[in-house]
Design a protein around this ligand. Structure first.
Ligand code: DAT
Ligand code: MG
Length: 148
């Protein structure tokens, strides 16, 4: 079963959107495998966004991700990486269609509420960065035969 890392970034927490966004993933049929509330350190934020080091927005992005607590989650299910990216919408909230998380709740490029891994390989690396393996819980839900 594919897993992906989802972060509800500090703007989502400050704007009290944790329940709204988490509920969408639940209702989609994805299964929660890990969940925690984290004040990201600078070093965690730098590792997470290492691919963007050197870009003009990098410093501001690190400041943003460390500006308050983040909800870190692992969701699993069929095609979880691509499904979550579709549900998130485009990076720029202003260009993201209604019905997506960013399209419904964000007008910004940087303050776009949510991070989701962009490939299964990056998901594995990002999950290992944010979670210890003992923090992940393997289980089945009683409705699994209806979800597929
Ligand atoms: P995504 O979060 O959609 O995967 P990304 O990986 O390209 O987008 O960039 C990571 C984050 O960096 C993104 O969520 C917001 C910020 N960002 C990207 N491009 C930016 C830009 N041109 N100006 C300001 N922030 C930007
Ligand atoms: Mg990205």
């Amino acid at each position: 079963m594919q897993q992906t890392l989802i972060l509800l970034k500090p703007d989502a927490v400050q704007r009290r959107l944790i329940g709204e966004v988490t509920g969408r993933f639940e209702r989609k049929g994805l299964r929660l495998a890990g969940l925690k509330f984290v004040q990201a350190s600078r070093s965690l934020a730098e590792s997470h966004y290492a691919v963007h080091k050197g870009k003009p927005f990098y410093e501001s992005l690190i400041q943003f991700l460390t500006s308050g607590p983040t909800v870190a989650m692992v969701w699993e299910g069929r095609e979880a990486v691509a499904v979550c990216r579709l549900m998130m919408g485009a990076t720029d909230g202003a260009k993201s269609p209604p019905g997506t998380i960013r399209g419904d709740f964000s007008l910004s490029v940087q303050n776009n509420l949510i991070h989701g891994s962009d490939s299964p390989e990056n998901a594995a690396a990002e999950i290992a960065l944010w979670f210890e393996s003992k923090e992940l819980v393997s289980h089945t839900t009683t409705d699994s035969k209806w979800i597929g």
